[in-house]
Design a protein around this ligand. Structure first.
Ligand code: ACM
Ligand code: ZN
Length: 625
């Protein structure tokens, strides 16, 4: 008995010391850096501050200007950028000198003392990420779009040492189902930069619209960029159409502008040109590239089309090589995405040219024909010095020799590819599809389906347990996808991606051992304040504390909880919609009669969350029988 007690006691001590609590973040930076320490002192950025950059480094000068431009917008003060520190000046130094090579190209150190801020990195990329962290040490108004009333731009003493966990930290955007203006694409890229995400996967061609100008094939945009009508409501339930012509495309000049905008933020734009499926817009413009000859119409509803490029027709490959040639001229990305998903084989089974190809190439079946198609395109990309990536269907019928795989139908494709020593980007639809519902569908705008909360994204681990250490090296990282069938406006894109993008940033940047959802949530409340400065639309879950329907006998105490320590809750009990002139919630209160409670949470002037509507009904106890 004594021994048992002792064992239990020792076991208890072991458990207590074994479950070491994680250190809390000392600064509200997202994604959480590798190492953060508070130091004594503080630095106040003002008109006397000079930014000092390494001699003869135009790239570092550009990063300094990027910081200085934003500081100028919010403060009205223009900081000068120099190559030498003037005597006695307070300086912000951006330098490669003395950088720790162990931090790699994207790592950095950020040191804040009384008269010095130093950003140090081996490469400009790390310096750019260091600036993002510096923004997050400043008051949230640093993200504002106009001059603010902040008088003192204080940065607390700090030492930060940081580097990313993964090298592919991606966000995707489908601009085909719905299209978004160039200005918004830039704003989206700014969100990536803010979260140290470095890949913008731009989904440019689809059944419902071809969105990139290709000079050699003008009909791709004059015909393929427009649909005659669009489904209203959900494809599973609705057969109503709006009857309105919808479309547009990005000119090559606009594409160049976006690629440069991203490159200035150390973000690579990976273009996706879909093949052999999801190509009805192209087939509408050039029906001779199909198996049947058409005619086709740019699709007006969502889902998968049986009409795909013909794999037996050499002019299809000539066309795609021409398109990819123009794409490669526009996008310096080493990696080009060729789609490859959801290509039904119905047409190929019936097409004499496709069947002849199967015979001539001694292929087993239509899956091997898909592999032939993709491998032929890969050869072309490789001969132009580029790598190919495709959705995990490209594994079917045999993976092209050098292709990377984007695992979306769960993680199986990623595991299979890594086991074959192929690079993998993880984007499983159960965790990384930011077009899915993030809350009760009853209170959310129409979405495609699914259910993925910020916490589910946060807890996603890109390296599957099934892989050994050697195979795990093939996992390049992870990515959030945003398919826009039910996402109509830039505000909708923001609403669906924020804050799930913030959670993803921590999945791909932060050391696994440092991840802690509670700690992240606290930092997220600060991130919301930054997003508010930017003028973002974002999702917050509703006010908590009461059910939608409440039945009580005598009285009910209502205790409401918002999402942020900085927010205020206003409510009404007379059925009217609350605003900042309504009753301010200060403490739990009592309800003793039947009422409808409506409440809204405000951060500063805005109410980003959804209104809480709760009914309270009084029940009279019935006489016992
Ligand atoms: C996909 O979601 N069809 C890649
Ligand atoms: Zn065919």
């Amino acid at each position: 008995m004594k021994n048992l007690l002792l064992t239990l006691l020792l076991g208890g001590i072991f458990v207590i010391s074994g479950c070491k609590t994680k250190e809390k973040s000392v600064f509200s930076i997202i994604p959480r850096p590798l190492e953060m320490k508070k130091e004594t002192g503080k630095f106040v950025i003002d008109g006397n501050t000079v930014i000092v950059v390494d001699k003869n480094s135009p790239e570092i000068k550009n990063i300094a200007d990027y910081f200085s431009d934003q500081f100028n917008i919010v403060s009205g003060v223009r900081l000068s950028v120099k190559e030498d520190a003037p005597d006695g000046a307070k300086v912000i130094i951006l330098t490669k000198k003395g950088a720790d090579p162990k931090l790699g190209k994207e790592g950095y150190e950020l040191i804040v003392h009384n008269d010095l801020i130093k950003l140090r990195a081996e490469d400009e990329t790390g310096l750019f990420w260091a600036v993002q962290s510096l923004f997050q040490l400043l008051p949230v108004q640093i993200y504002a779009k106009e001059e603010t009333t902040i008088k003192e731009w204080v940065v607390a003493g700090a030492y930060i040492k940081d580097k990313p966990r993964f090298k592919w930290r991606g966000m995707h955007l489908d601009v085909c189902r719905h299209m978004f203006p160039v200005e918004f694409i830039k704003k989206y890229i700014d969100y990536l930069a803010m979260h140290k995400l470095n890949i913008f996967h731009w989904h440019l061609t689809e059944d419902q619209g071809w969105r990139i100008e290709i000079k050699k094939y003008p009909k791709l945009t004059s015909i393929g960029a427009y649909r005659d009508s669009t489904l209203v409501g959900h494809a599973n339930k609705s057969d109503k159409y709006d009857g309105k012509r919808y479309g547009g495309f990005y000119t090559q000049d606009e594409v160049r502008e976006i690629v440069k905008y991203a490159a200035d933020r150390y973000i690579t734009v990976v273009p996706e040109i879909e093949m052999p499926g999801h190509s009805v817009a192209a087939l509408t413009a050039y029906p001779e590239l199909s198996c049947t000859g058409g005619p086709f119409h740019v699709r007006t509803t969502w889902g998968i089309s049986k009409d795909i490029y013909c794999a037996g027709n050499d002019s299809v490959f000539a066309f795609l090589e021409d398109v990819l040639t123009e794409v490669m001229e526009l996008f310096p990305s080493k990696v080009i995405h060729i789609g490859g998903d959801e290509a039904p084989k119905d047409r190929w089974e019936k097409c004499s040219k496709c069947q002849k190809r199967i015979k001539d190439e001694s292929l087993e079946d239509e899956h091997e024909l898909q592999s032939y198609f993709i491998t032929r395109i890969e050869k072309f990309l490789n001969s132009n010095g580029r790598h190919m990536i495709g959705w995990d269907e490209i594994l079917e019928g045999g993976l092209a020799p050098n292709a990377a795989v984007m695992s979306w139908r769960g993680i199986k494709g990623g595991i299979a590819a890594a086991r074959q020593n192929h690079e993998v980007v993880m984007t499983p639809s159960d965790y990384c599809y930011f077009n899915d519902y993030q809350n009760d569908p009853d209170v959310e705008p129409l979405a495609i389906g699914g259910f993925i909360t910020t916490e589910m994204v946060y807890n996603y681990e890109p390296i599957p347990d099934e892989l050994n250490d050697e195979q795990a090296k093939y996992i390049l990282g992870a990515q959030g996808n945003v398919w826009t069938e039910y996402i109509y406006t830039p505000e909708d894109v923001e609403y669906m991606t924020l804050p799930r993008m913030c959670a993803l940033a921590e999945v791909v940047w932060t050391n696994k051992e440092l991840k802690d959802f509670d700690d992240f949530s606290k930092r997220l409340s600060k991130q919301y304040l930054r997003l508010e400065q930017i003028g973002s639309t974002f999702f917050v879950s509703g006010i908590k504390g009461v059910d939608k329907r409440n039945v009580f006998i005598d009285k009910k105490i209502v205790k409401l909880t918002g999402n942020f320590s900085e927010s205020k809750i206003y409510y009404t009990l007379d059925g009217s919609e609350p605003d900042i002139n309504s009753i301010l919630y200060a403490a739990p209160f009592e309800i003793s009669g039947p009422v409808v409670l409506k409440a809204k949470e405000y951060i500063n002037r805005k109410s980003p969350g959804r209104m809480l509507i709760a009914t309270f009904d009084k029940e009279t106890p019935k006489q016992g029988v």
